[in-house]
Design a protein around this ligand. Structure first.
Ligand code: CTP
Ligand code: MG
Length: 228
């Protein structure tokens, strides 16, 4: 087994609204990207990491990583250019991960993800599941709404899960899903569109995605005073 983690970090962070692309914004004194990488390494289940960064920040990303203990870790970390949409970035990462038997896709923006969650996803892959995603029950009622603002449906909340990363896949399955050129808002969605079964395991609240300013404040509060 060879597990390669692809880390999409090429987004602009429009909703966060900082001057720097989001993955490079510090949280608790370290860029989100660095925290995400630290978590993947600490999980002990990842053999290699490929980061997809904004093209103008490739050198910055490489310097950030070289300046840290990663250089001393035995896990190779490569940086490649991402693309315009997240799926383009993941596709670029896939092209750089031909050595993988299993792939994790893990957002840089989920900077506080516990290493134990990453290990649980890989354990499910090792047990033979070909697509594994972490999910949490949703707190709010979710409704579908038409363009003119009318509610068109209310799915039963108990059956819903908010899906996180890392999402884990058999490498061949994920490659096939990306080759199909369909669209979805997450990687598992592409795999589902190919008719494959995606297994959901219990997520972790700390794997939340830092999306807006409130999320950044939450992350800062969680890290303040903690030994991170
Ligand atoms: N991402 C990426 N390439 C893109 C868009 C997003 O690699 N073209 C990455 C982001 O860097 C992030 C992850 O995908 O780590 C999740 O995306 P999101 O939270 O939407 O981040 P951004 O796209 O940066 O934020 P926004 O949508 O607010 O601009
Ligand atoms: Mg985005």
């Amino acid at each position: 087994r060879r597990v390669v983690a692809l880390v999409p970090a090429a987004g602009r962070g429009v909703r966060l609204g900082e001057a720097t692309p989001k993955a490079f914004v510090p949280v608790g004194g370290s860029p989100m990207l660095v925290r995400a990488i630290d978590g993947l390494i600490a999980s002990g289940v990842v053999d290699r990491i490929v980061i997809m960064a904004p093209i103008e920040l490739l050198d910055d990303a490489r310097k950030l990583l070289a300046a840290r203990a990663h250089a001393a870790s035995s896990i190779p970390v490569d940086v490649v250019p991402g693309g315009a949409e997240r799926t383009d970035s993941v596709r670029a990462g896939l092209a750089a991960a031909s050595d993988a038997t299993h792939i994790l896709v893990h957002d840089a923006a989920r900077a506080l993800t516990p290493p134990a969650l990453i290990a649980r996803v890989v354990a499910e892959l090792a047990a033979g599941h070909r697509a594994v995603v972490p999910g949490l029950p949703v707190a709010d009622t979710i409704k579908s709404v038409s363009a003119d603002g009318a509610v068109t449906g209310t799915p039963e909340r108990a059956a819903l899960r908010a899906i996180q990363t890392p999402q884990g896949f058999d490498a061949e399955l994920l490659r096939t899903a990306y080759a199909a050129e369909l669209s979805a808002t997450d990687d598992a969605g592409l795999v589902e569109a190919c008719g494959a079964t995606v297994r959901v395991i219990a997520g972790d609240a700390l794997a939340f995605k830092i999306t807006g300013p409130l999320d950044l404040r939450l992350a800062e509060a969680l890290l303040s005073g903690a030994d991170h």
